[in-house]
Each structure stands twice: as C-alpha cells, then as structure tokens.
Design a binder for this molecule. Structure first.
Ligand code: SIN
Length: 547
C-alpha cells in the first residue's frame, strides 16, 4: 500500500478498479432475520435488494430464538388477553392500540403462514401445541422444532426468499450509511466482501438490522448484533425512542467467555424448572408471587444480585429431564452436553445476559420512520409494543406483523422513479483489526460494568466520560490499510454512537421502570410515564425537574 492510503477496491492483480460501483433497486432491505425475510417476500413484485453483513442467509438473532411466537390461537385465549399481558409487561410505556393491533393481526397473519406450511409443532390431533412463558396469562407460545423455533422458522423463510425472483440477495454486505438527498433517502452505501464499495441507489429502505446485544460483555445475540441499524438511522437524523430499555435474559449459561452465550429458554421455567441459589434453595417465591414466572426483569435482577455478590445461581432441570425434557428441548440438551453438564444429574449454572432492545427507530403502525423513504421493522424498530419491558416471545410476532405492514405500505409509497442523487464519496476508513477490536472491547466493558441490569447516575456519568474518551481515540486512528478493517471500523463507530445515546437516555430517565433500574431513583415516577425521543439533530432532553 502506498503511503498507508486505503484503497477500498484494490484487486489481487494490483489494478484499482473504480472505487465505487452503482447498483439500483426499487427497495433495499437491510438485514436478514425474521423481519427482513418476511418483508422481502412480501415486497413482490418490486425489485428488492437484500443486504446482510452475515456470510449466509439467514442472519441475526431470530435464528437463535428458542422461545417461540406468542399468538392467541388457543380456544380459551383472546387477542384482548394477549394485548393486556403485553401492556402490563410494558410498565406504563406500551401503546395499548399497537399492542391490540399486534395481538389481533398476529392471529390472522400466523394462521395464514400456518396454512402455507409454516412448520410449527403440532400434537397428535394435528393442532398447534401452545406452551406457557412468564407473564402470559394463557398457553399461547407456538414453537417449531421444540426449542429450535427461530432456526426452523427463518430457515423456512430463507428458502422462500432464495427462490423469489424479485429479491437480489447480497451476503457479506455491510451497510455503511444511508445516503440522503434533500432530507429523503436516496440509497445505501455498502461495503461488499470481495467487491468493495457499492452505492445502492433506491427510493426506499427498510431497516431490519436487528439488535444491539453485542454492546455488552455477555449477550444471547450473535456477533452481528452491533447496533448498526440504529446508528445508520441516527446519523441520518431519524427519531429514536426508549433507548434506555434493554432487556437482560435471566438464564444464559454462566461461566462463558465474552460474546454470545448460550440461552436456556424461558420455556423451561414455563415447563416447571426452578431456580436455585448456591445452597440449593429456591429463592424466586420470596421475590415475586409468580416465582420463576415473574416478569423477566424481576427474575433477571434477582439472579443478577446474587451473581454480583459472588453467589452462583442454578436452573434445576432434573425433574423436567426425568420426564421428557431432553426430547422437548433438544437445543438446551445440546448446549448442556457441549458444556459437559448432564441436566438430569446437575442443576445448570445461569446468569443474566443482554438479550433484547425495547428501544429503536420510532415507527408508526406501518413501519414508517420520521425520515422520508425510511421504514423499519423488527428489533431495530420501536413500534410502541414493548414499552419498558418486552413480554416473552412477542418479538418474532412483532417482526411478522410489522414487517408485513411495512412492506404493504412500501408497496404503495416507495417511489417508482430512482432518486437523482450524486454518487456519495467513499468514506475514509481508519484503524487496524487489532486497534478496532481493542476499542470495541473497551466500550463493551464500560457498558457491562456501568450500563447493565442495575445503574446509577454516577456510573452513567462515568460511562459517558469514558465513552467520549474512546470516541476521541477512535477519531485519531490512522488510515486503514486493509479491506478487512471496513466492517470492524463501521461497527466500532456504530457501537460508540449507540452506546453513548443509550447512556444519555439512561441518565436522563431519573426513575426505575421496567428494564431500566437505577439505585439512585428506585421508584417509577409519574412524570416519566412517557417515551423519551432522541435524535442527533437536537440535544438530548435535560433531566426533568423534581416532582
Ligand atoms: C426464550 O426462549 O427464553 C427467549 C424468548 C424471548 O426472548 O422472547
């Protein structure tokens, strides 16, 4: 490389091709989890380009979902009851109209998918088997492949997308930024492994890029969950909401190294598994009337307190395994086998891990964001369904309902003519793999120690200072000399931006509500029974005055 200048498209034959290609589509979908796949299918006959940074289709957290899809299909169940449970879990911030829409349309949309062959688990009578999970007042969790629900469903969807002639699939394609012209979306600038920079000119983009779990040390999310979609939307000036609400799953396998950790599905507790402390005693009955089936944040904090005090916590699967547990939960059986644990004999050590982001890019009921030409669906979106705390197994349902609604709206509104924006500039890329990884780990440690399950003002303020220091270090990195720095450089920028937005939102919310717990503000406050909307065009709201 001459003078350390990064040549984004340098060929192995030594000849630099044009640094930026242009490709065109009616609509670009970013992300290949449940929401991206569902929307891409639904967008026929428009020409869709599907960008996913993962090497394969599908990608994202949906694949890893063990718990299923909450849907009120049971004879005794109703959409009203499902909506009421969703609102109760949301701790005052769920929009009841959106919860009602989710529950009602979920029944119709899932019934249609089931009629089209969605491979759900069925009983001997052919009826879909519905399980129980925390804070649901009915048996309403649909599974597929036992605890392999996400994997089974997205594989089925991905096969259909691969066969869809209107979808042009690009794996290994990292969406670097939205390209804007006169305040409306004009395309996506992406870096493709092996092909370099491409400007995808289009008049409409659906963000379906998933979550943010990799911003913490331990997460149930895969390696790609680095908050890219939120950062893209934020830099383009979109409204974001509820960023401070991050759900930690109570029962990830403890003792794992940093990164993605195996999940022990909540359905295990729904099927009767108990939590035990280091003395082998159940502690949840003393914590909450619903014991192990208390809301997820309550269970996570009860476990987190003990783990932080150095006490181990176990999930006792012995009774379940003495029956048919290993057959009903093959993914969990595999996780335990890989960890050298026999759940029939020994309780399994567990600890909370970052799992789901309730916050996201603000959308209306049709997935429309505050930016012209930008829609969002799935975990990256904030529809108002989850409020301060998501009800278990509502996320895949939300992805189906709102991805289809967004696609239907895009079919009507996505412009037919391509925007005439000039080609964007190829961005400067800085850093080496080693320095970028080092900064990413440092940011992750700040989030894990100061912005976890339990927070306080002093810790959050320190997190802000430390993240700003990392931002300054990142800004001083020298130009990159290798194409493999592009994705980590982009991910680091996204991670730092979104981490700081979360910290600012958590600092501003001077109360405890749902998944946001502050020891210096331990109660919910009426003044904060509202969403906190932020964007990068205006400063974050100042802390509200004391009541
Ligand atoms: C689980 O299986 O426990 C996770 C399900 C969810 O997060 O909805």
């Amino acid at each position: 490389m001459d003078g350390g200048v990064f040549r984004p498209d340098w060929n192995s034959n030594g000849h630099p091709p044009a640094p930026l290609r242009e490709e065109q589509a009616d609509i670009v979908v970013i992300g290949s989890g449940m929401a991206g796949l569902v929307a891409a299918l639904r967008l026929a006959p428009r020409r869709v380009t599907l960008l996913t940074k993962t090497p394969d289709l599908p990608g994202g957290s949906s694949h890893w979902a063990q718990g299923g899809i909450a849907v009120a299909l049971g004879a005794e169940d109703t959409a009203g009851s499902h909506a009421a449970d969703t609102v109760a879990a949301g701790a005052g911030l769920t929009d009841p109209a959106v919860a009602e829409l989710l529950a009602r349309e979920g029944i119709a949309r899932l019934s249609r998918w089931l009629a089209q062959g969605l491979p759900a688990d069925r009983g001997g009578d052919g009826a879909v088997v519905l399980g129980r999970e925390a804070a649901h007042s009915a048996q309403r969790i649909l599974h597929a492949g036992g605890d392999a629900t996400g994997r089974t469903l997205v594989a089925w969807l991905a096969d259909r997308v691969r066969q869809a002639a209107h979808v042009d699939i690009h794996t290994g394609a990292f969406a670097w930024d939205l390209v804007m012209q006169n305040d409306r979306v004009a395309g996506v600038l992406a870096h493709h492994a092996g092909r370099g920079w491409v400007f995808h000119r289009c008049g409409a983009v659906l963000l379906a890029s998933g979550g943010i779990g990799q911003l913490w040390r331990h997460t149930t999310n895969p390696v790609e969950a680095t908050a890219d979609g939120l950062a893209l939307a934020a830099r383009a000036g979109a409204d974001l909401a509820d960023l401070e609400f991050v759900q930690f799953h109570p029962t990830a396998l403890a003792g794992s190294t940093a990164g993605q950790v195996p999940l022990l599905t909540e359905a295990l507790r729904g099927a009767g598994a108990h939590l035990l402390d280091g003395d082998g005693l159940r502690f949840m009955p003393a914590e909450h009337p619903l014991a192990e089936l208390a809301p997820r944040d309550v269970v996570a904090r009860a476990i987190g307190r003990r783990v932080a005090a150095g006490q181990p916590v176990f999930l006792d699967l012995r009774a379940l395994w003495a029956a048919d547990g290993a057959v009903r939960f093959p993914t969990v059986a595999g996780i335990c086998a890989a960890a050298g644990i026999d759940p029939a004999v020994s309780p399994v050590p567990v600890a909370p891990a970052a799992h789901y982001h309730m916050g996201g890019v603000v959308t209306d009921q049709d997935g429309r964001t505050s930016l012209c030409g930008l829609w969002a669906a799935g975990e990256v979106a904030c529809t108002g369904v989850h409020g301060a705390n998501r009800l278990a197994s509502n996320s895949l349902l939300e992805a189906v309902v709102f991805a289809e609604r967004a696609a239907d709206d895009m079919l009507v509104r996505a412009p037919l003519a391509l925007p005439a924006a000039p080609l964007p500039a190829v961005p400067p890329v800085t850093g080496t793999r080693a320095t970028l990884d080092e900064l990413a780990v440092a940011a992750r440690e700040i989030m894990a120690t100061r912005v976890g399950l339990v927070r306080d003002g002093a810790g959050l303020a320190a997190a802000r200072t430390e993240l700003l220091r990392l931002e300054r270090r990142a800004a001083r990195l020298p130009a990159a000399t290798a194409a493999d720095a592009v994705r980590p450089a982009g991910e680091l920028a996204n991670r730092l931006l979104v981490s700081r937005l979360i910290v600012e939102a958590a600092l501003a919310r001077t109360e405890s509500r749902g998944a946001h717990t502050r020891t210096d503000w331990p109660a919910a406050r009426a003044v904060w029974r509202r969403r906190q909307i932020v964007n990068t065009r205006t400063p974050l709201p100042a802390t509200v005055a004391a009541e």
